[in-house]
Ligand binder design. Structure first.
Ligand SMILES: *Cc1c(COP(=O)(O)O)cnc(C)c1O
Length: 212
């Protein structure tokens, strides 16, 4: 089933859009099914679960971290993540910079734009993003922007939010060498692709519903 879901999605995905299989809450057996079907890019959103899964799966998997990250959990995530998509505060950005400097590493990140209307969604404002891009973080490489639309069936709302992040991305990408726009989840990914997504993050439509 995981293999069928993956193949269906991949057959509709334009080239140049990468699919992150969001495997949070699913046991490693399900991730292995996706791996056996050819998937090599996975995303997790909880530090402990992420650090526990990585050593149980093949080493050629590329891992993205996509969840809220507290600064006391960096060591669970930064050694293994090829991209931290969810840098949602200046405090976190500065802590990642310090960790990178202390550990002689350059950490690839996306800046998360506050997009949805839910209060629980973390993120930076457009002005904070512009200001970060004009500052120097030698141990951080900013690859692009990430956003999560409001959780709603009203696709006009989602459309407006993706339009907003796409416009900001287009404003900044050449000047700052950004190459990644991560938008789109199971319910809205076709809209995200129309708005220039280079990365989509799908959980439910690959693995089925999560059991919390
Ligand atoms: C869980 C999660 C997803 C995937 O959500 P689905 O609706 O299951 O596709 C995508 N992005 C982030 C940041 C998530 O936390």
């Amino acid at each position: 089933m995981v293999a069928d879901n993956l193949h269906t999605i991949l057959s509709q995905l334009p080239s140049g859009v990468r699919l992150v299989a969001v495997s949070k809450f699913h046991p490693v057996e399900r991730l292995r099914e996706a791996y056996d079907a050819g998937q090599r890019l996975f995303g997790e959103n909880r530090p402990q679960e992420f650090a526990a899964k990585v050593p149980q799966l093949p080493a050629d998997i590329e891992w993205h971290f996509i969840g809220h990250l507290q600064t006391n959990k960096l060591k669970l995530v930064l050694p293994y993540a090829s991209l931290v998509q969810s840098v949602d505060s200046l405090h976190l950005l500065e802590a990642i910079e310090k960790w990178g400097s202390d550990n002689d590493r350059i950490i690839n990140i996306l800046l998360e734009l506050h997009l949805g209307s839910e209060e629980t969604k973390h993120g930076l404002t457009a002005d904070e993003i512009r200001s970060v891009l004009n500052s120097s973080y030698p141990n951080v490489r900013i690859k692009g922007l990430m956003g999560m639309a409001t959780n709603t069936e009203d696709m006009a709302v989602v459309e407006e939010e993706f339009d907003r992040i796409e416009t900001l991305y287009n404003e900044l990408k050449e000047t700052y060498g950004l190459t990644e726009l991560s938008i789109g989840m199971s319910d809205d990914w076709p809209v995200a692709v129309r708005h220039g997504a280079t990365i989509i993050r799908l959980g439910t439509c690959i693995f089925g519903p999560r059991e919390y």
